[in-house]
Design a protein around this ligand. Structure first.
Ligand SMILES: Nc1ncnc2c1ncn2[C@@H]1O[C@H](COP(=O)(O)OP(=O)(O)OP(=O)(O)O)[C@@H](O)[C@H]1O
Ligand SMILES: [Mg+2]
Length: 505
């Protein structure tokens, strides 16, 4: 096997943070090579260097054995490299086809859409990528946007594709089909570098994996010679508990009660459910079936269509977001970039969000800086946020580390109920384990948790009861142990059980 990509001795510093320290990576032609590591380990940075987005402080890159200087993304394309980023880079009001050929219009003459369409179809056919070429990008699903990015990269003739956490935003079904696409691409001779936190995906498709810890490469392993437990240990440097200890289920009074809430304008039915003290209620469903609406209606961020929402016995349906939070509800939003953090501000300023007028941090119109700094520091420590300190700009933290800070803020003692939407998305397994342990601790302290997650494994592992929603309608709700995975899958796809079996509280 010949290495198609070799990176040796790569070091990259951002001020006081060393993102990559003397990293070596060797990727063989035609393999699927995973990059693993905790949040902030340096995976994205290493790939951004390969792709010409950053210049390394030191180190060398060889492509097909030839030493290369990759000064910008244009150089990278030229060498046959393509990268699919964590955040999509498509133009929403253009069609799928226009996005694919953008920047690739050949010659100075009129755009030849016929020819472009033919070439695109050839690619989609070859790799089984399902695309609606004439749909506007803003109207298509997340899964399809990602396929557009893949086809766009292939259209430019990429031989080596880097995918940065592609499954973090996908439903289980979409992730599964992406795994098949990766295997198909490999069969056709493409080389794939795949960053993921989901070790079962690594086990399913990868040939080898390179593990980063704290900016350094700790080793490269053959997947046929390892297992999930050993990979996990290798990544975090300690043993990960795959089974969590859960205390017996003893629910108390209802904290949140939802009655006949209409989530989507054209939904056939509504949603009724309750979350009690000491209970984790999981909401399962394929992304886009009303989860976002549910989350926003509870938090007062979206007008409800009809129905009742009560927190601790009081109707909150028409209250402001601030007053709802003061009613005792912590909130971990699914859209962390827009709702949970203010990029540009420091960690401690972000830690203050939502509490700026509370006694805890405000006195006579001034912020109690020392107290804020202390609490932020404590949270950074308990949640193992990788940062140079509370004054660092939150935008410079890796995605997972931003989420850890939000969690630390929202798991505040004043809240009796936590609304956690996609809390583990993009987090490394150590962080997910930590959050899950925290949720169980809150549960044993008699707090309630409403867990909205597209990750079925997370839902099954954590929930006392599971409610399934489909097209804005409650399909079923009962104790988690009474479901099988198959049944959940069917419900998520809209196949309903008999009415009399539904158990609303
Ligand atoms: N532009 C930047 N400015 C300052 N620091 C940065 C910048 N980009 C990355 N870092 C820091 O470099 C380190 C590595 O970040 P990187 O994004 O490569 O991690 P990662 O392994 O991709 O993590 P995740 O799994 O959370 O995506 C982190 O500590 C991060 O805060
Ligand atoms: Mg990353």
């Amino acid at each position: 096997m010949n290495p198609i990509i070799q990176m040796t001795g790569i070091t990259k510093r951002f001020g006081p943070v060393t993102a990559n320290s003397l990293c070596d990576l060797s990727v063989n032609e035609g393999e699927i090579h995973c990059l693993l590591g905790e949040n902030g380990a340096g995976k994205t940075t290493l790939m951004n260097i390969l792709f010409g987005m950053y210049r390394p402080d030191s180190g060398t890159i060889y492509i097909n054995g030839e030493k290369c200087l990759i000064r910008n993304t244009g150089d990278a394309f030229h060498r046959g490299l393509g990268m699919i980023h964590q955040h999509f880079m498509l133009i929403p009001n253009m069609t799928v086809l226009q996005n694919i050929i953008l920047g690739q219009e050949t010659g100075s003459f009129k755009l030849n859409y016929g020819e472009s369409r033919r070439r695109t179809r050839e690619i989609t056919g070859k790799y089984g990528l399902d695309l609606e070429l004439d749909a506007k990008v803003e109207d298509i699903s997340v899964g399809m946007k990602q396929r557009v990015e893949i086809v766009k990269t292939l259209y430019r003739g990429a031989n080596v594709l880097v995918l940065d956490e592609p499954t973090a935003v996908l439903t289980p079904q979409e992730s599964n089909s992406l795994m098949h696409i990766l295997l198909d691409m490999k069969r056709q001779g493409k080389t794939i570098i795949f960053i993921t936190h989901k070790l079962n995906e690594t086990m399913q498709v990868a040939d080898r994996a390179t593990i980063l810890r704290d900016g350094s490469v700790t080793g490269t392993v053959k997947i046929s010679e390892t297992n999930i437990r050993s990979l996990a240990g290798h990544m975090v440097g300690r043993e990960i508990l795959f089974e969590l200890k859960k205390e017996p289920f003893r629910p108390g009074k209802p904290l949140l009660e939802i009655e006949r809430l209409k989530l989507l304008p054209n939904a056939k039915g509504t949603v009724s459910l309750s979350v009690r003290e000491g209970e984790i209620l999981g909401i399962a469903g394929v992304d886009g079936n009303g989860q976002m609406e549910l989350e926003e209606m509870i938090m007062g961020l979206r007008q409800k269509l009809s129905g009742v929402i009560r927190l601790n016995g009081h109707e909150i349906g028409n209250r402001s977001p601030l007053s709802i939070r003061r009613g005792g509800i912590g909130y971990i939003p699914s859209d962390r970039h827009h709702r949970a953090i203010l990029p540009g501000l420091s960690l401690s300023e972000n830690f203050l969000l939502g509490f700026q007028s509370e006694k805890k941090y405000a006195r006579h119109g001034f912020i109690r800086e020392t107290k804020l700094a202390q609490d932020t520091g404590k949270s950074i420590e308990t949640f193992a946020v990788k940062t140079s300190g509370a004054r660092q700009n939150i935008a410079d933290l890796s995605g997972g580390n931003q989420q850890k800070l939000v969690l630390g803020r929202e798991v505040s003692p004043e809240y009796r109920l936590i609304l956690a939407a996609q809390p583990g998305r993009g987090l490394d397994i150590g962080a997910v384990e930590y959050i899950h342990t925290q949720f169980l601790r809150l549960r044993s302290e008699n707090k309630g948790i409403l867990l909205i997650s597209a990750d079925l494994e997370e839902i099954m592992k954590m929930s006392d009861r599971i409610a399934v929603i489909y097209k804005g309608e409650l399909m079923d709700c009962k104790e988690a142990s009474r479901y099988t995975i198959e049944e959940l899958g069917l419900l998520m796809a809209g196949k309903k059980p008999r009415q009399e079996d539904i158990d609303y509280d």
